[in-house]
Design a protein around this ligand. Structure first.
Ligand code: COA
Length: 255
């Protein structure tokens, strides 16, 4: 059985971290697999949005600490490990389609990075969040810390990182880490994914590029212009106008 499961249906891909006995702790191979998987979603026209979740009772308890002695033992190995973690986070963050983390149970450390790399985070009432890097003498990575800062602001980010304390769903909603609560997170994530999948993909990917650029503080205006022009010259722009005048829902193709 694979450690990462992928199921595609009605334009929505559901990616499931699948090590429930280890609370879906993410191994080095899984970080690498996630990066590859999300890069492939960009090229897959059948996928309009992606949900990331965990098998069993948890989203994930973070990086698999049991392999740290072997593959994250010293400074050099740690660097190589963190490159793989950031590659996974950045592939999720960069995929040009809406992404939703469906979170139940624990969402800790590196798993919080995965969740923050998604566009949205829907949590079950009993979910438990936290970044215990300060309990392991690890500096949480630059890419992950930047995502945390852009979601919760500087004071809350410092509180989360300095204290290493866990917090629940109510606090996650209050501080901006999560943006939705549901009794059945997967169902809620699917409903949200499907509602966005009906809209024009080029509009969404353009908005995502611009907003992610704002959040990162790194913006490529030429690429933003290219995306704006691509949408203006697209089949979907003509279809959107035609559907409006014919008073019917548009059928977008993403080109
Ligand atoms: N890495 C490796 N294994 C992990 C893990 C992790 N991050 N988190 C949980 N597991 C394993 C446990 O070792 C245990 O394995 P075992 O049954 O072989 O002993 C199994 O998953 C179940 O976890 P357990 O600790 O028994 O459950 P619990 O309910 O008592 O505690 C947690 C749950 C999440 C609070 C606890 O497992 C924990 O603190 N995990 C580490 C969290 C962390 O520091 N993550 C950040 C990593 S960067």
């Amino acid at each position: 059985m694979s450690d990462i499961l992928v199921e595609k249906s009605e334009g929505v891909a559901v990616v499931t971290l699948n090590r429930p006995q280890q609370r879906n702790a993410v191994t080095f191979e899984m970080w690498r697999g996630l990066a590859e998987l999300f890069r492939d979603f960009d090229k897959d026209a059948d996928v309009r949005s992606v949900i990331l979740t965990g098998a069993g009772s948890d989203f994930s308890a973070g990086a698999d600490i049991s392999e740290f002695d072997e593959i994250r033992g010293g400074a050099e190995e740690s660097k190589r490990y963190e490159v793989a973690v950031d590659a996974a986070g950045d592939a999720i963050y960069g995929v040009s389609k809406p992404t939703i983390a469906a979170i139940r149970g624990y969402c800790l450390g590196g798993a919080a990075h995965l969740a923050m790399s998604c566009d949205f985070r829907i949590a079950e009432r009993g979910a438990v969040f936290g970044i215990p890097a300060a309990r392991l003498s690890i500096v949480y990575g630059v890419s992950a810390t930047r995502k945390l800062f852009s979601l919760v602001g500087i004071t809350e980010a410092k509180r989360i990182l300095y204290s290493a304390n866990r917090f629940g769903t109510e606090d996650a909603i209050r501080n901006g880490f999560a943006d939705g609560v549901a009794d059945d997170v997967l169902q809620a994530a699917k409903e949200r994914a499907r509602s966005m999948a009906a809209n024009a993909p080029l509009s969404i990917s353009g908005a995502k590029f611009i907003l992610n650029g704002c959040a990162k503080g790194e913006f490529d205006p030429a690429e933003a212009e290219r995306l704006i022009d691509e949408a203006s010259a697209s089949h979907d722009y003509a279809e959107g106008r035609k559907a409006f005048s014919e008073k019917r829902p548009p059928r977008f193709l993403g080109r």
